[in-house]
Design a protein around this ligand. Structure first.
Ligand code: ZN
Ligand code: ZN
Length: 431
């Protein structure tokens, strides 16, 4: 390095605070290691395998560089490498072939980060451990971990992609015995909020109950109970944009089919399975969803996410606000009186009959956080209420045959019916 470059480098180090300055080479094998190395001289090992016998000794050197250093220190000549090398079978000499195989396996897919793994025949690994015992080296590095690392470096060098265990786009698995690379393309996760402005569509794709999705007379061959869903209206454009194979929709709870989802919308994570493209124009997809769904569904705040966000979304239990149109002839003063009694205290809700087929039948304690009448007329009134997660609002208003106690109809002493229900807000704190 010339002096000017050295000055530049130092300035850069100072500016950045830290620069990936390579570790100083430390390799100072103690006498027992030198004795082991001497004992391995005539085994016909390739440089990688000879050096790897001491792979966990020192740092800053590749295994072939370790071998060269040992050759120097011992001052004795090593017998030429056998063909194939008795330890690795020349796998390390053929890294380029493995790079080619890896690249071919993911042709047509966009990826920037990757992880390498490999499957070895147990006998090969056992033979290696046996060799460590024979030459009494306690510093051996396994061929598998060295292969994974060196293959990764070679892939990085060829593609500019970045290898490592953290959030890979692709996991390459080399099957050494078969000579094949099995790639796993990981999903792209997109998170956002959706509004549902239509009272006829469910949140997720709903297979026909009679044929379970195969297609029958009841569902007109579609295999579905409803022609479309939020999942399909949101997922369709994203699936196309990503060239994915399928989508999985994870909503933060769900609203009834005949309820609209308004306000800021409901958080969701969409998982795009085996995507060919990972760089998505999310702003364009926001308008694409609105257009292609003819305004029935809108999305907002789309951004890339990860598998951890699925858990966050599924485990969140936020309060929710609703607007409820109630049919029933009650003086508004009476309703207000009932709301005073009903809010802020526990209500006991037994699993509603309408969901008993998918939920266990038990009694849950829930709370109406706040409630007020926002409109009233002769034949009914409109409420805005805020509830704890998991409160069945319709049942709280109507009573569900006494399965919810207390309930609004019971408190006002007049039968009530929910005419419409909208979710106004999901009060999550995910940001
Ligand atoms: Zn070898
Ligand atoms: Zn069917």
């Amino acid at each position: 390095m010339c002096a000017r470059h050295e000055t530049l480098r130092r300035t850069f180090v100072t500016l950045r605070g830290r620069l990936p300055v390579p570790d100083p080479v430390v390799f100072d094998p103690p006498p027992p290691a030198l004795a082991s190395a001497r004992g391995a001289l005539d085994r016909g090992l390739c440089a990688e395998c000879f050096g790897r016998l001491f792979g966990r000794l020192g740092h800053g050197l590749s295994n072939p560089e370790r071998a060269a250093r040992l050759d120097q220190l011992l001052g004795e000549s090593r017998s030429p490498a056998a063909t194939p090398c008795p330890a690795c079978g020349d796998v390390f000499a053929r890294l380029d072939i493995w790079v080619d195989r890896g690249l071919r396996a993911v042709e047509g897919f966009e990826w920037h980060r990757f992880t390498c793994g490999s499957r070895w025949e147990p006998e090969v690994l056992a033979r290696e451990e046996h060799l460590w015992l024979q030459v009494t080296s306690e510093w051996g590095e396994s061929a598998r971990s060295a292969f994974n690392r060196e293959w990764g470096k070679a892939l990085e060098g060829r593609t500019g992609a970045s290898g490592g265990p953290d959030r890979p786009d692709v996991v390459f698995l080399a099957d050494l015995a078969v000579g094949r690379v099995e790639p796993t393309v990981l999903p792209v996760y997109v998170r956002g909020r959706y509004r549902k402005l239509d009272r006829t569509i469910p949140q997720t794709h709903w297979p026909c109950r009679r044929c379970r999705g195969r297609g029958c007379d009841t569902c007109g061959g579609s295999g579905k109970t409803y022609p479309t869903s939020v999942e399909e209206l949101v997922g369709g454009p994203l699936l196309t944009a990503a060239g994915a194979e399928e989508t999985r929709f994870h909503g933060m709870g769900r609203e009834d089919i005949d309820a609209r989802m308004l306000g800021r919308g409901r958080p969701f994570v969409l998982e795009l399975v085996r995507p060919r493209r990972r760089t998505l124009d999310l702003a364009a997809l926001v308008s694409e969803v609105a257009t292609s769904s003819a305004g029935r569904v809108e999305v907002d705040e789309l951004r890339t996410a990860d598998a951890g966000d699925v858990l966050l979304v599924k485990e969140a239990a936020p309060e929710k606000s609703y607007r409820v149109g109630v049919v029933g002839s009650v003086p508004v003063a009476k309703v207000n009186e009932a709301l005073d009694v009903a809010t802020g205290r526990a209500i006991a809700q037994r699993t509603p009959t309408r969901v008993a087929h998918r939920r266990s039948d038990r009694v849950r304690a829930r709370r109406i956080v706040s409630a007020r009448v926002v409109e009233s007329a002769e034949a009914g009134f409109t409420l805005e209420i805020r509830t704890e997660a998991g409160t069945y609002v319709k049942e709280w208003v109507e009573g569900d045959g006494g399965r919810t106690e207390p309930n609004l109809a019971g408190l006002v002493g007049v039968p009530l019916k929910v005419g419409f229900l909208d979710v106004l807000d999901v009060h999550d704190t995910l940001g």
